[in-house]
Design a protein around this ligand. Structure first.
Ligand code: CP
Ligand code: NVA
Length: 328
């Protein structure tokens, strides 16, 4: 059956079938090749897109904007609307749905993006909530397919760190959908919601995936990709002390890469990353806790194993694929 995603929301990849995810990845590959070749098809000509941001962003905002411009769409960036303050989410969604062909939302609660989708009447795309970051993991698997010359069902992806955040959840979901071997390595307190894990382990039985969790960093053995994210996500800044205490043993270092016994292991990170003292937050943490790097060592971040900037670039190609598939 041909895949048709027209009119669909992207709130979480839980709502997508494996073949729909693969369709988006193939489309992203194709759009990337075309952009490199200087081919523009104006696939979003005449479309209007609004980007709602209740949290900060570099990649996601710019990816949506450049993807839209490349394909001929117009964009409004909105971070100071009436939404939730003087106007309900429902009314805002109904208004924006009258103006725009697609709505991106980044913010806190997953319920907000779901409510927007319920009332907008046009596709709504989740640009990150506390729970999920679906457009990010499309770029992550796109990068894995580019750098790991194995079928996805032979790939072992190890996520080390805060395994219950939006990235931990979303990587587990896409791995379960696409039949990958996913290992979350974290202290027990930071394992994801048990219900979601059970649901993904059940799905894994159908797709051939493996979904495992461990507290032991030696379980990186055999990894094709090591992934980490910040220890403290946006909105959780009060938890730095507690997270540092829990996660210091889980920093991704050259020693950890060696523990994979795979010299070709790739390192991935959604970014932004605290790998040096070139940020004000990083310097603040350094002053308070004495750390010069957090979730990943500067050496790993800058090593040839690190594919983080290919991954960042792929945000644009995958987000373009999502928009082209749903409103193009
Ligand atoms: N990875 C990611 O979502 O980056 P931004 O926060 O810069 O959008
Ligand atoms: N877990 C991080 C991801 C940033 C892209 C956060 O939510 O801040």
């Amino acid at each position: 059956m041909p895949i048709n995603l027209r009119g669909r929301h992207l709130l979480t990849l839980l709502d997508f079938a494996p073949e729909e995810i693969l369709f988006l990845l193939d489309l992203a590959d194709d759009l990337k090749r075309k952009k490199r070749a200087g081919i523009r098809n104006n696939l979003l000509a005449g479309k209007n897109i609004v980007l709602l941001f209740d949290k900060t962003s570099t990649r996601t905002r710019c990816a949506f904007e450049v993807a839209a411009f490349d394909e001929g769409a117009n964009v409004t960036f909105l971070s100071n609307s009436q939404m939730g303050k003087k106007e309900s989410l429902e009314d805002t969604a109904k208004v924006l749905g009258r103006f725009y062909d697609g709505i991106e939302y980044r913010g806190f609660k997953q319920e907000v993006v779901e409510l927007l989708a319920k009332h907008a009447g046009v596709p709504v795309w989740n640009g990150l909530t506390d729970k999920f970051h679906p457009t990010q993991v499309l770029a992550d698997v796109m990068t894995i397919r580019e750098h790991i010359r194995k079928p996805l069902n032979k790939v072992k992806l190890v996520y080390v760190g805060d395994a219950r955040n939006n990235m931990g959840n979303s990587l587990m979901i896409i791995s379960a959908k696409l039949g990958m071997h996913f290992v979350g390595i974290a202290p027990k307190q930071l394992f994801p919601d048990q219900e979601l894990v059970a649901q993904m382990q059940e799905l894994a039985e159908v797709t051939g995936a493996q979904i495992e969790f461990s507290e032991n960093i030696h379980d990186v053995d055999g990894a094709d990709a090591i992934y980490t994210d910040v220890w403290v996500s946006m909105g959780e800044e009060a938890q730095f002390a507690e997270r540092i205490a829990l996660l210091e043993p889980y920093r991704v270092t050259m020693d950890m890469l060696r523990m994979t016994n795979n010299p070709d292991v790739i390192f991935l990170h959604c970014l932004p990353s605290f790998h040096d003292l070139e940020t004000s937050v990083g310097r603040d943490i350094h002053e308070k806790f004495g750390l010069t790097e957090m979730e990943v060592s500067d050496e790993v971040f800058r090593s040839p194993n690190s594919k983080v900037f290919d991954e960042a670039e792929n945000r644009m190609h995958t987000i373009k694929a999502v928009m082209v598939a749903t409103i193009g």
